[in-house]
Write a protein that binds this ligand. Structure first.
Ligand SMILES: [Zn+2]
Length: 310
């Protein structure tokens, strides 16, 4: 059976200052037909257009923190959705201060949105649930930055347990969804067949962790251990480790060390300082520590592939 689609498009891979060929942070997570936007830097609308994304299909926006390069594109997107006649609810998740920022801009422009916008304040508590629907569960990861900042852990909802071919004929149709959900089979005469005899183990839910912006956070290890794909900021190389520390960012080597210790499936670097013309140097530094690393590119899509134990 084909796995549902689960992938990440990095719409912007730059840091705070404009850089040629790089937009500020925004990512689109595509999970089994649902679209979730992570951060919304300037130019995100244009990046979404280039990626061929229908804005109306975005159900949720998650904002990590209130530095401009992570959310200054949000009002434009909210406004465009209004002008395009959106009627479906939009969920915006972010730091509590984001709500009055949105409200005052709508009020000042006398915009009465045609669609409901539901704001969900995010408080920085590791492991706190941020959202759950039929496709994914989203959990808060606490970053270490100059402002309150959170990352997000996206985990697929568990797939139904596949029925064993030899046992399937024994299961009445009206009981099948309960058995696929893990229930034992109870017969009117009192007999019970344990679920383990009726079903196979389903594939493990895939997980994607988004960590930006942040200085290294060793406490994250437990939260992201074994994730299939880790996006971690790598604003600088080790040569600028002091600058990274001052600005509460990470070096490529620090991101790679975390990936190594957490034994993740794959590491994706991003949030590159505008001083780097390309990401070669950052990528080489990280790969020397953790070989399963890629440097994210604007507009590229990365599948969340189930981590294979090596
Ligand atoms: Zn920041």
């Amino acid at each position: 059976m084909a796995k549902p689609r689960f992938e990440v498009t990095t719409l912007g891979t730059g840091a705070a200052l404009p850089a040629r060929g790089r937009y500020p942070t925004a990512q689109l997570v595509h999970a089994n037909g649902g679209l979730y936007l992570l951060d919304c830097g300037e130019g995100t609308q244009e990046r979404l257009r280039n990626a061929g994304t229908n804005f109306m299909r975005i159900g949720h926006v998650f904002i990590s923190h209130l530095h401009g390069d992570h959310y200054l594109g949000l009002m434009g997107l909210i406004s465009s959705m209004h002008l395009m006649g959106r009627t479906a609810k939009l969920h915006v998740h972010g730091p509590p201060d984001l709500q009055p920022i949105i409200d005052i801009q709508l009020r000042a422009s006398q915009t009465y949105l045609r669609y409901p916008l539901e704001f969900h304040p995010i408080h920085p508590t590791n492991g706190a649930p941020a959202w759950s629907d039929e496709r994914v569960r989203v959990t808060v990861l606490v970053m270490r930055h100059r402002l309150p900042c959170t990352g997000f852990l996206f985990e697929e909802q568990p797939a139904p347990r596949p029925l064993r071919k030899d046992m399937a004929p024994l299961i009445p149709h009206f009981k099948r969804s309960a058995v696929k959900a893990g229930e034992d089979l109870l017969f009117p005469d009192g007999r019970i067949i344990a679920n383990a005899e009726l079903t196979h183990e389903p594939p493990k839910p895939r997980r994607y962790a988004f960590c930006s912006d942040t200085a290294p956070v060793p406490e994250l290890l437990e939260m992201i251990a074994g994730v299939d794909l880790l996006y971690h900021e790598a604003t600088f190389t080790e040569q600028l480790a002091r600058r990274a520390k001052e600005t509460m960012h990470s070096t490529a080597a620090q991101a790679a060390s975390l990936a190594l210790q957490a034994d993740v499936g794959h590491l994706l670097l991003g949030h590159f300082s505008s001083r780097y013309k390309d990401a070669e140097e950052l990528l080489a530094e990280a790969r020397a520590i953790f070989s399963r690393t890629s440097a994210s590119e604007d507009g590229a899509t990365y599948p969340v592939i189930e981590r294979t134990i090596v």
